[in-house]
Write a protein that binds this ligand. Sequence first.
Ligand SMILES: C[S@@+](CC[C@H](N)C(=O)[O-])C[C@H]1O[C@@H](n2cnc3c(N)ncnc32)[C@H](O)[C@@H]1O
Length: 203
Amino acid sequence: MKMPLDIEQVKGFLAEEEGAALYRAASEAAKLGPVLEIGSYCGKSTLYLGLACQQLGATVYAVDHHAGSEEHQPGEMFHDPELFDSSAEQMDSFREFRRNIRLAGLEDTVVPLVAPSWLVARDWQTPLGMVFIDGGHSLDAALTDYRAWLGHLRPGGILAVHDLFPNPLEGGQAPYTVYKLALASGLFDPLPQVETLGLLKRL
Ligand SMILES: C[S@@+](CC[C@H](N)C(=O)[O-])C[C@H]1O[C@@H](n2cnc3c(N)ncnc32)[C@H](O)[C@@H]1O
């Protein structure tokens, strides 16, 4: 995989190994249908998914309201003042996202959907090859994403969930709860985990 820009310069929350695993998963899964990610932020994960899809002539739907999750708000741990739009008095990662997608030459592959995940899901009809969940990390948000998108995944498709922390002292439990729910459903086969990235194949 050749990166068309310096990935270190892209703001985001994804380790390089996790990005490479997303790329590999999308390179197979996008043969079955488009890829949809929930939680793009400045586009780090989108770049890996997009590069895989571009080679196949497939599409990435990148869902994010771009107003940040709880932890990105002013005063919170992962707040970045450079992404705060003071005229609108809210976080706005969309400008930076668009810039990175443009610099990476992925405007022919990535379709940004600037809206909450539940709203995009409301009328969604297209079967998907891969769903990557990395949106809100509250239990309510993560469960809503799982329930809203699970039914759109084609058999053989990939469900990826970011930020799995089996040890509660290391991180929030919502993504791990969703991952365990998916496993317990009997609808998925687990694939090897890469750092905090869980991967499951839809039966
Ligand atoms: C942890 S960041 C995503 C990181 C990104 N995947 C990366 O590689 O750097 C979470 C993102 O989810 C978005 N988000 C949170 N709740 C959302 C929701 N209900 N619908 C859409 N986007 C949401 C936030 O705006 C934020 O940009």
